[in-house]
Ligand binder design. Structure first.
Ligand code: BGC
Length: 793
């Protein structure tokens, strides 16, 4: 019998309500039915050939062998079987108080991947064991190669200051060519977490505060690592991390919770991960933090809904180190079994170091709390990557192992360091800017704890670094001064973290004998990176005091700031004529610094993260939102009074950055003029199409108005007014590096299409709306030359 229309309607309404309820329980945002991806994110991973091989292999695997593909251990306690200690191999996991015999697991075909096993001999020993196991499934070796394997380039935040994506791609490929000779086929990189809070130590590992720059960098790393074909001997799989929004840790405190609107998530934090997926990234790492109350490692909204369904990600997801176990600390799983179920069902395929998947999956299956299909799907994802990497054909390291910095790679990492330096100030002393150091400089005093600190130059995440490979600033300047027939006077001054002024006198004495002073101050490498959050952002220890004593001598001072994050340099900005942010520059640190100090190369770096005036401004970023009480033209350097009180401001410090995003000087000057748009109006129907590119062109003239050749990073920013949700006061939407001779001009062109003009609305949809746009072109986020256009309904 036919049911009545009313009853059909009732059932439909009930089903709809039930679906909403289920969706709301899983995650409030899942109910938004957003378009799903139609194309694979990586064609190699979607290859039918690989699928056939995966199918065939999966059919032959026991449950134990399947679970083996889903666990990852390190080699703690390892010594290769060829050494005196035999093959007693223990992977210790202190966090979960368990020990695993990684070599025994490898022999039984129950160890899918390993982390941070460095060296051809070690990887070969484990791989041999795995290849002799029943099904001969190779181990995938992953490592934290973040800014170089043996030949080290600047920390990622410094590299981002180059705004040179071609360079980043070259360096990433270079790192892959080195590490693959040791058997490493998987990098836990790039770290693409947006960081807008300099207190967060891991700011050093990413590209800074901006999603557009961050996305460009993310693509470059992935392309460099993976090449055009994962199966090439010098290609590695990228692991994009940490998914997601880890960089928004509250108060900049490491591992802290994050909470934000879906608009902010999609507009600011997700774009670099998405860009990496679109570039074909083969794997992703889930993050430690909770996002809106759900730990990322157990969040189906992030990993299933967004990553897999919306973006079409074909790779696998690995948890961060013991992150599955940490679900119990988050309090959303009271036992190992629940943590395992939540992580695996949410989409974490590989358990890094928790020792939960191998102990819990059999039980969960036996108790029918987990489906075999879920396990099989995770195994498939891992196997696809292994096949695509060609690991079954070539499981061992190939070629001569790289065990030291490679001489042939030094020019590239030197150039990278030179491009990463950001000249923040270069005031005249006796009518001449202090930098570059001219011919009249006969003696240089080099002062500070970072002047001769080889190890520190390699940053928080140098791969398999060796301090002896590094050229320090002291070594480079000694050579340089000798060549010039001059003199270098060196004094350590103080340690990075010290309250002893025992070295101050010697430093001041050296300074008195010199024409000019170069001070190498800042943080030690380990003060940033993981677990490197700081509540103070000044020069650590008593370095500020040393700086003041040196400046008090009246000699011209160049302050080189080594750091993994923006520091508060307000005193220096008023009293030190030349300041340059130099991050941690890598193996060629000293040579690169000498080249820039003496003007062989003009600085061209631009800040990827705002430098605050005071810690209390953090999180600080240029793409701020408007308020109902804008500061307008009020002079915020003065205490409030009358009309300047009830506006959005601090009473004790201006709102803006001391050195803003995008800012950086050179030894020459650049001028921007003739900013024009190719069209004044654009119909909405034409603009509001995701596939629309090059809808409008912004042009401008860039001129080198100074006296030497230089490279400028020209930047395009937009703002739109009148949208359904408020928009940032500026957003970066284009950039290019341009090298010009003195007096030379170049016409710049920036194309704007849907990706640049769109934003996320309250329904989490990326849209263009009929709004009024301003476009600025200039040398920082404070660019002034502008043009306007409208999107018309
Ligand atoms: C870090 C990751 C890293 C992993 C493996 C974790 O503690 O958060 O960035 O890749 O360890 O070393």
């Amino acid at each position: 019998m036919k049911r009545s229309t009313t009853s059909i309607l009732h059932s439909a309404m009930w089903l709809f309500a039930a679906a909403l309820l289920v969706g709301a329980q899983a995650h409030a945002q899942v109910v938004r039915a957003l378009p799903h991806a139609t194309a694979p994110s990586n064609a190699q991973l979607a290859s039918p050939d690989i699928e056939r091989r995966v199918d065939a292999l999966l059919k032959r695997m026991t449950l134990e062998e399947k679970i083996g593909q889903l666990v990852q251990y390190n080699d703690q306690g390892f010594s290769a079987p060829t050494t005196a200690n035999g093959d007693k191999v223990l992977a210790a996991n202190p966090e979960t108080r368990t020990q695993v015999d990684a070599m025994a697991l490898a022999r039984q075909g129950r160890l899918g991947s390993m982390l941070n096993v460095i060296g051809a001999e070690k990887t070969r020993a484990f791989q041999q064991a795995a290849m002799n196991s029943r099904l001969h499934i190779p181990i995938l070796f992953g490592a934290d190669v973040i800014h170089g394997y043996r030949t080290i380039y600047p920390v990622p935040l410094g590299l981002a200051a180059s705004w040179d994506t071609a360079l980043v791609q070259q360096l990433s490929h270079m790192a892959a060519t080195e590490a693959t000779t040791a058997g490493v086929k998987w990098f836990y990189s790039p770290m693409v977490d947006i960081s807008r809070d300099a207190r967060w130590g891991r700011s050093t590992e990413g590209a800074g505060e901006d999603p557009y720059l961050g996305s460009a960098m993310a693509r470059a790393y992935v392309r460099g690592y993976q090449g055009s074909d994962l199966s090439q001997p010098d290609s590695v799989a990228a692991s994009v991390k940490h998914f997601a929004a880890y960089g928004a840790a509250e108060a900049g405190r490491e591992y802290n919770t994050t909470d934000m609107s879906d608009i902010r998530l999609r507009q600011v934090y997700l774009p670099p991960y998405k860009a990496a997926v679109e570039a074909g990234a083969a794997t992703m790492m889930s993050s430690f933090n909770a996002l809106n109350g759900v730990p990322a490692t157990a969040d189906p909204y992030l990993m299933d809904e967004i990553l897999r369904k919306e973006w079409g990600f074909d790779g696998f997801v690995v948890s961060d180190y013991t992150a599955v176990m940490e679900l119990t600390h988050h309090g959303i799983a009271l036992d190992a079994a629940t943590a395992t179920k939540k992580a695996l069902e949410a989409g974490v395929d590989v358990d890094m170091m928790s020792h939960f998947y191998d102990t819990q999956i059999p039980r969960l299956l036996a108790e029918h709390k987990l489906s075999m299909a879920t396990v099989d799907e995770a195994v498939r994802r891992v196997l696809r990557v292994k096949f695509a990497l060609g690991l079954f054909e070539h499981p061992y390291a190939q070629g001569a192992e790289v065990t030291h910095a490679v001489d042939a790679h030094r020019p590239l990492v030197r150039r990278a360091a030179e491009e990463s330096f950001v000249l923040l100030r270069n005031a005249p002393v006796a009518g001449q800017p202090v930098l570059p150091l001219g011919d009249k400089v006969r003696s240089v005093a080099l002062i500070g704890p970072l002047a001769d600190a080889a190890n520190e130059m390699q940053g928080a995440w140098g791969g398999a670094t060796q301090a002896s490979d590094v050229v320090t600033l002291r070594q480079a300047l000694e050579r340089r001064m000798q060549q010039r027939g001059g003199r270098l006077l060196f004094a350590h001054g103080t340690d990075v973290l010290s309250d002893s002024s025992a070295g101050f006198d010697a430093a001041v004495q050296a300074v008195r004998q010199a024409d000019v002073v170069v001070m190498a101050l800042g943080e030690s490498a380990e003060m940033s990176g993981e677990a490197g959050s700081r509540a103070h952002l000044d020069l650590p220890g008593n370095q500020q005091q040393l700086l003041q004593n040196v400046v008090a001598t009246g000699k011209p001072v160049v302050l080189l700031v080594f750091s993994g994050r923006p520091l508060v340099l307000d005193w220096a900005a008023q009293h030190v004529p030349a300041i340059m942010a130099v991050w941690f520059p890598g193996t060629e640190a000293g040579n690169a610094l000498a080249n820039v100090l003496f003007g062989d190369v003009a600085p061209s770096g631009k800040l990827p993260m705002s430098f605050p005036r005071a810690v209390g401004q953090e999180p600080l970023y240029y793409a701020q939102f408007p308020t109902g009480r804008p500061a307008g033209d009020a002079d915020l350097s003065k205490p409030p009074g009358g009309a300047t009180r009830f506006i959005s401001r601090y009473i004790d410090v201006p709102n803006d950055a001391l050195f803003p995003f995008g800012y950086g000087l050179s030894y020459t000057d650049f001028a921007y003029s003739n900013v024009r748009v190719s069209r004044r109006t654009l119909p909405l129907a034409e603009a509001n199409r995701p596939e629309a590119r090059s809808l409008l062109t912004v042009t401008a003239t860039l001129t080198n108005t100074g006296t030497c050749e230089g490279t400028e990073v020209a930047q395009l920013y937009v703002r739109n007014l009148g949208a359904s949700v408020e928009q940032p006061v500026r957003r970066l939407k284009g950039f290019q590096r341009v090298t010009l001779k003195p007096g030379e001009s170049r016409q710049l062109r920036f194309e704007l299409g849907f990706p640049e003009l769109s934003f996320y609305n309250v329904h989490s949809r990326q849209v263009v709306e009929p709004t009024h746009y301003t476009a600025w072109v200039g040398g920082s986020s404070q660019a002034t030359a502008q043009a306007a256009f409208d999107i018309e309904p």
